[in-house]
Write a protein that binds this ligand. Structure first.
Ligand code: SF4
Length: 375
């Protein structure tokens, strides 16, 4: 199948919608309210709006947008530290493109770059090795962010830098694990959820089986989905069927990419490079038990934590409270009074308006009729 044709085939999409609708309506009638389904990943939020699925699906299905956008959860103080580091003499701050526009309390990395800081956009953490080799008299720091999806790339690059004995490369790691984030959300119990559409990219790394506690302990079904309309609707169909039949299982509707046990090589590299189970503090989510990682002590020479300790201390800035509501599914983006008023992609107040996976960016791009209510 070609992703741009068969997985977007209108006939198949119509058949899937015809299959989903009566099942969803039956379950919603039994519950006396719409089904509350969380699509964990911001990539799915964008797919729903980009392909107009929200207009085609029945009102008996309500999507609750989940926290799975790594740029959106990047803490303000992490951005501030990266900006401070980038402004140091002889430092090259390397990063993926998305975090550059995330506002911190001292501006963004992009602003620091405009003011003369050496900030480089890389497509892969591996490129940081070449950058370090090409600039032996400078300290290169890679600003590593992301869920389990990007963690293997950082891990492999860090291990490769260690093997190659590169002395002028370090990593700042703000990686976040998905499973502790989901269980933290369920433990908080602030949002009524009937089931999850599981993220395809993260699951490619961590696999299907790892989600078992979501079904067994929290009694929520989850179906892993791809990002094309046919993929997404197949997962949604399986999910509403589970709800209709009173089943609660972890299913995989993206088996061409996701294996039950995940990617063993990626998981091995992550385990080798990082210590897991570290409590993390994330923008919008607050403290999430066991969601963070840190570089293992044997690779301390590649850890930028020491460099950060030499900088002027960063005072944690206030984050817009609305971002927290959107990230935890308690409000929709247009229910934030700043939406499309003070907060736009050109002048973002919160990270959800910046990231290509942010829910606010999706609403801004695909729902031009929505404007935040005046305060
Ligand atoms: S519109 Fe801006 S301030 Fe409001 S929730 Fe979205 S990103 Fe945060």
């Amino acid at each position: 199948m070609s992703p741009n044709t068969d997985f977007r085939d209108a006939t198949r999409v119509k058949a899937q919608l015809a299959a989903i609708t009566p099942v969803a309506e039956r379950v919603a009638a039994r519950l006396g309210r719409p089904l509350q389904i969380m699509e964990v990943c911001g990539g799915h939020t964008h797919a729903i709006f980009r392909f107009g699925l929200h207009q085609l699906l029945p009102e008996s299905i309500e999507f609750i947008h989940g926290p799975g956008c790594p740029v959106c959860v990047l803490p303000v103080d992490a951005v501030d530290q990266a900006v401070s580091l980038a402004r140091q003499q002889n430092v090259i701050l390397a990063s993926f493109g998305d975090p550059l526009r995330v506002p911190g309390s001292r501006g963004s990395l992009l602003q620091a770059k405009a003011e003369g800081a050496e900030v480089k956009v890389l497509y892969s953490p591996y490129d940081a090795l070449a950058l370090a080799n090409a600039n032996p008299h400078k300290q290169v720091v890679f600003f590593a962010i992301g869920f389990d999806t990007t963690m293997p790339g950082t891990a492999c690059s860090l291990l490769a830098a260690d093997r190659a004995g590169i002395g002028n490369l370090r990593f700042i790691c703000h990686h976040i694990r998905l499973m502790p984030t989901l269980t933290g959300l369920l433990e908080a119990g602030e949002v009524q959820l009937d089931g999850f559409i599981g993220p395809g990219h993260v699951s490619m790394v961590i696999g299907r089986r790892v989600y078992a506690p979501i079904a067994h302990h929290y009694h929520k079904p989850l179906v892993i989905a791809g990002f094309e309309p046919v993929d997404f609707l197949q997962a949604l169909y399986q999910l509403v069927q589970q709800l209709d039949q009173g089943r609660c299982e972890i299913e995989n509707a993206y088996a061409r990419v996701v294996a039950d046990a995940g990617n063993p090589a990626a998981l091995k590299a992550m385990k080798q490079a990082f210590e897991s189970g570290i409590d993390g503090h994330w923008r919008g989510l607050g403290r999430v038990l066991g969601s963070g990682v840190r570089i293992r002590t044997q690779y301390q020479h590649l850890d930028a934590t020491e460099l950060l300790a030499t900088l002027e201390p960063v005072r944690a800035a206030d984050e817009p409270v609305w971002c927290n509501g959107v990230l935890t599914g308690r409000i929709k983006p247009h229910q934030c009074p700043l939406f499309r008023r003070q907060c736009t992609p050109e002048h973002p107040v919160g990270a959800l308006m910046v990231s290509s996976e942010g829910a606010c960016a999706a609403y801004h791009q695909y729902r031009p009729e929505e404007v935040g209510s005046e305060q």
